[in-house]
Ligand binder design. Structure first.
Ligand SMILES: *Cc1c(COP(=O)(O)O)cnc(C)c1O
Length: 346
């Protein structure tokens, strides 16, 4: 079976983890700080805070912006429920925006219509490894913009890495993300206010006052793996782009929609849109030993029971989008098998 996604773990990763275990410092003893420094320098922000997941990074960022009950936060319909959860944890009201058909990223036009007096933040997830072509215009809305880079570490917008444009950005290092720590996340920001508040709330111990705080810290075990993975980010991205280029060529004559060209795309996912029913397509490929998936399990407006007619683009994409296997460990031979099988299934 060719899996839909898998982490890229190499021999050196085992060595690095062995060393941490030998050191007996498993929680926080320098490696977390190193990882924070390396990532913020890579993206270009002043501060970084490592967390135990992308979801907790997003939650702390919202708290860092003083978002609470009565505030509204805009997020897109076509993203995993983690983003919705973070807004709910903060006690804020989620306001759901439709997406663009071509990029499958949050719609600027629909977002504009949903900005009201109580809007306190916009969460912009860069879906599938591609930044939003409308980023400049999102920034001009003058609402604090949180870039969700969970799927797009290393992607660029106008030549600069995403994650350094908004008031803050978050990353995820879940097992199948661009780089992994097993579970983990990061907040990047150049705002000392967000940094200080998130830093205060991330841990409960050694505090003179009491307020609700969290235990959202990353461990040195995770950071050690993260550091090793981050070193290889350029080769990871190069390999992802190679496979995407191969798929682009292989499918150029097929009657399907391919990812729209973007020089900054890192192809975290290779998402095609097909005309045949997706469930049938998934079954046919499964019989050929290839795992494919809808890229988002269920759109958020459906979870929230909102009127489907208000999210026409998300509905259209939800019915037609399929994510093909793409990751650095995928071999040329596997990519070839996938291309042949997809063309047959179509
Ligand atoms: C994975 C993901 C998250 C959540 O990250 P976790 O580390 O799993 O909590 C948030 N947003 C997006 C866009 C993601 O892909």
């Amino acid at each position: 079976m060719i899996e839909h996604s898998r982490p890229t773990i190499e021999k050196s990763d085992f060595e690095i983890l062995k060393n941490v275990l030998h050191s007996s410092h498993l929680s926080e003893n320098g490696l977390v700080g190193n990882f924070e420094t390396k990532l913020k320098n890579f993206i270009g922000t002043k501060f970084a805070i490592a967390t135990n997941s992308g979801t907790s990074a997003l939650h702390l960022t919202l708290l860092g912006l003083d978002i609470a009950k009565g505030d509204e936060v805009i997020l897109p319909s076509y993203v995993c429920s983690s983003v919705l959860n973070a807004v709910m944890y903060a006690g804020a009201k989620p306001v759901i925006s439709d997406i663009e058909l071509d990029t499958m990223n949050m719609s600027l036009g629909d977002t504009r219509k949903k900005i009201f007096r109580k809007t306190r933040a916009i969460i912009l997830p860069y879906m599938f490894g591609s930044g939003s072509p409308d980023l400049d215009k999102f920034l001009e809305l003058n609402i604090p913009l949180i870039e969700d880079c969970a799927q797009s570490l290393g992607a660029t917008y106008k030549g600069s890495p995403v994650g350094g444009f908004g008031i803050a950005s978050i990353f995820s290092f879940y097992a199948t993300k661009v780089i992994t720590t097993g579970q983990g996340g990061m907040i990047l920001t150049s705002s000392s206010k967000i940094f200080n508040k998130a830093k205060d709330l991330i841990e409960y111990d050694k505090r003179s006052d009491y307020r609700i705080r969290y235990n959202y810290k990353m461990t040195d075990i995770e950071a050690a793996l993260g550091l090793a993975q981050l070193k290889r980010i350029n080769s990871f991205i190069t390999r992802r782009r190679e496979i995407a280029l191969y798929y682009n060529k292989a499918f150029s004559k097929c009657n399907i929609l391919l990812p729209i060209p973007d020089r900054g795309h890192i192809y975290y996912r290779y998402v095609i849109r097909i005309k045949t029913p997706i469930n049938k397509f998934i079954q046919v490929l499964k019989r050929k030993g290839i795992e494919t998936k809808p890229p988002v399990y269920k759109p958020l407006h459906r979870y929230l029971g909102l009127d489907k007619k208000l999210f026409p683009n998300t509905e259209e994409v939800f019915k037609s989008a399929i994510s093909l296997p793409i990751y650095p460990a995928l071999t040329d031979n596997q990519a070839k098998l996938i291309a042949v099988a997809v063309k047959e299934a179509l």
